[in-house]
Design a protein around this ligand. Structure first.
Ligand code: PLP
Length: 264
């Protein structure tokens, strides 16, 4: 049962195929028993084959969605996903500064696994300079961490250095996902906390091609847990616990590897 008094917000793009973006966010938050609101900043035409097209929302519509949500709901935590282009990132930043929507998880979505750009190249600097300083937690995969930190990542020492660089840009907590190291049998994520503590979370690689929407699902799981707990202690304890314990596949796929629940 969803606890409707615990409300979280996703600020992201839709996926008409239902596996990623806003759709994955809402399903994940629902599975974590959190009520999910959505500010749609872009609409994509996509399916399991790829992204066929997308369109960013006009600023006025983004502003109006933020106002509608903020005027009525009591959002305890929020996340950003696909942000499309410079005007969209700027509109989102403006609204995040205007309203209190709780702690912010930034999933710096850049390129879909099928190769489509979901954030224009010139918007990377806008994310770095304007959005990262607002982030309570940033969840880049390896290519995204490389882009944002401006360095190549080869192995654990580089992941630690990149996390430190990202923290120096104003992010409080950084979770770098190591899943793109496909040659490794283990998937190792690095977490650097606000107080300087850090830890690795490793788990055996899940042998599946069903990875569409994984990043969205992980970041919405963190956001949902943040909405419930108000601090990152519980989400991180859950992340640690879940990675280390054998759990039913459906739970693991939906909350850990971040699989969406559609079976794509
Ligand atoms: N489409 C949207 C709207 C998304 O937000 C995301 C998130 O990363 C994706 C697609 C990417 O999906 P994939 O997991 O295939 O990279």
């Amino acid at each position: 049962m969803v606890n409707e008094t615990v409300q979280a917000l996703t600020i992201a793009g839709t996926d008409s195929g239902g596996g990623a973006g806003v759709m994955a966010d809402i399903k994940t938050m629902q599975m974590r028993h959190v009520f999910s609101a959505a500010v749609v900043v872009a609409v994509t035409a996509q399916n399991t084959i790829g992204v066929q097209d997308f369109m960013a929302m006009p600023k006025k519509m983004i502003d109006e969605q933020f106002a509608s949500v903020a005027d009525d709901l009591k959002i305890r935590a929020c996340k950003t996903g696909m942000l499309a282009d410079v005007p969209t990132v700027e509109a989102v930043v403006e609204n995040l500064k205007k309203y209190d929507l709780g702690p912010l998880t930034v999933d710096p979505v850049m390129i879909a696994k099928g190769g489509a750009r979901l954030l224009s190249e010139d918007a990377i600097a806008t994310v770095r300079e304007q959005l990262l300083p607002l982030a309570d937690i940033l969840t880049p995969n390896l290519p995204e961490a490389e882009e944002l930190a401006g360095m190549t990542i080869n192995g654990r020492d580089d992941m630690i250095m990149a996390a430190k660089k990202l923290q120096a840009m104003g992010v409080k907590n950084v979770l770098i996902k190591g899943g793109h190291q496909v040659e490794s049998k283990e998937s190792s994520d690095f977490i650097l906390l606000e107080n300087g503590d850090s830890f690795w979370v490793s788990s055996p690689r899940v042998d599946t091609k069903r990875t569409h929407g994984t990043g969205d699902t992980l970041s919405s799981c963190i956001t949902a847990e943040l909405a419930k707990a108000g601090s990152l202690k519980r989400p991180f304890a859950l992340v640690k616990n879940t990675y280390q314990q054998p759990l039913p596949m459906a739970f693991r796929l939906a909350t850990v590897t971040g699989r969406s629940t559609t079976g794509q």
